[in-house]
Design a protein around this ligand. Structure first.
Ligand code: F3S
Length: 387
């Protein structure tokens, strides 16, 4: 890999041992993936934040580092809402360990706004190079914004935050962003909800695997794209997708689809994912809710009282900017929690069956919470959670 003078100095240890090690890690990654150089990044989003996933070893490693992020960086969701962990029923021992992980990241200059939707907090533009790691955030950045990021592992994203650069390979390069198969949706999608798009993503991710799909026959809005991409990243390894006439690169670039496999998806394949099974909790906000989603939930919950634990997850920034909406939601007994989610919080393991409106949660809840997952629209979630 070709390194500039500044990078050589970091490698020689002139900017401290931590930055030296971080650059060694980035160079090693770059060599594995054939990068010719590093590229400066606009921001980083760092996974490996929940004590549930990184454990004691991860905490010790983080505590051994000594440098500050040189670009805006944000943490992925953690195992609890920082300010309301007691209310969520988080075990005090876990909370203490989780607080230590957050403090370790804070010391490194990583923003402790723990979210998978950093794009609601900071402007990210078409063509920006990023080092983000949470799969739905990566999918949204690449596909909906047209920014460029590989799906970084936690250490790779942290290293990029501390150095301000990432190896230039994979989705940072224009030639690697072309569609690799066509998914043709044969359904009347006019009244589709986020849950319908999540279910489509759940199915389409399995079809696409790690290929870049070009999807035709749908007209999702941005929240629906968020749900679609999150689910495709969960059941496949889709870090970038294009939607004909909707996503920015599909609009700006005339892709040549000649010779690509085309797979048709019928409405029945999506509908069969919606099963009516009893649940003992409802959890929405995977990925974290947008302001528009919070408003919709508030509208549906006004005048109602929840009959089972009803969780809504959003970033602290979105909550702070929508306090009246959040108040309206919480009058029903539902709780809007920041920093965490139904997959990374150990609290969710107490339930046997959880209702969600997300294709990604449908895929992850069974493994991560050992619970059955049921998908439904937000209207159905509210109906089931208040009956
Ligand atoms: Fe975000 Fe948690 Fe879903 S990190 S995408 S809310 S699994």
């Amino acid at each position: 890999m070709e390194l500039d003078r500044d990078e050589e100095r970091i490698l020689a240890g002139e900017r401290g041992e931590t930055r030296q090690k971080m650059l060694e890690l980035l160079v090693a990654l770059g060599k594995v993936f054939g990068a010719e150089r590093l590229v400066p990044i606009k921001s980083a989003q760092v996974s490996g934040a929940s004590y549930k996933t990184i454990g004691e070893y991860g905490l010790q490693w983080l505590s051994s580092l000594d440098a500050k992020a040189v670009v805006p960086a944000v943490l992925n969701p953690i195992g609890m809402p920082r300010g309301r962990w007691q209310e969520m029923g988080v075990d005090p021992d876990f909370a203490q360990k989780q607080q230590a992980v957050v403090a370790a990241y804070e010391r490194l200059g990583i923003g402790i706004e723990c979210t998978c939707t950093p794009y609601y907090l900071r402007e990210t533009d078409f063509g920006d190079h990023l080092a983000w790691s949470e799969s739905s955030a990566v999918s949204y950045a690449n596909s909906v914004i047209g920014a460029r990021t590989n799906r970084e592992g936690g250490p790779g994203a942290l290293a990029a935050a501390l150095v301000g650069k990432t190896p230039c390979y994979g989705l940072h390069l224009e030639q690697n962003r072309k569609p690799q198969l066509v998914i043709d949706v044969k359904a009347d999608t006019k009244n589709w909800s986020i849950a319908d798009y999540g279910a489509l993503g759940y199915h389409a991710g399995k079809l696409a695997g790690n290929r870049i799909p070009y999807i035709t026959g749908i007209r999702p809005d941005k929240d629906q794209l968020k749900g679609l991409g999150a689910a495709m990243a969960a059941t496949g390894a889709v870090a970038l997708y294009h939607v004909a006439g909707i996503t920015p690169e599909a609009v700006k670039r005339p892709f040549d689809l000649t010779g690509l496999d085309t797979i048709a998806v019928e409405s029945a394949e999506i509908r069969k994912l919606f099963k009516e099974i009893p649940v003992d909790a409802v959890a929405v906000g995977c990925p974290h809710c947008s302001p528009a989603e919070l408003e919709e939930i508030a509208r549906l919950l006004i005048g109602k009282v929840v009959s089972m634990p009803f969780y809504i997850f959003a970033s602290q920034g979105v909550i702070d900017n929508n306090l009246r909406t959040v108040d309206a939601i919480e009058k029903s007994g539902a709780r809007v929690f920041a920093d965490t989610c139904m997959v990374v919080s150990p609290v969710m393991e107490q339930y046997e069956a959880i209702m969600v409106n997300s294709g990604k949660a449908l895929a992850y809840v069974p493994d991560m919470c050992a619970a059955v997952a049921r998908i439904g629209t937000i209207e159905e979630c509210v109906r089931v959670g208040t009956e």
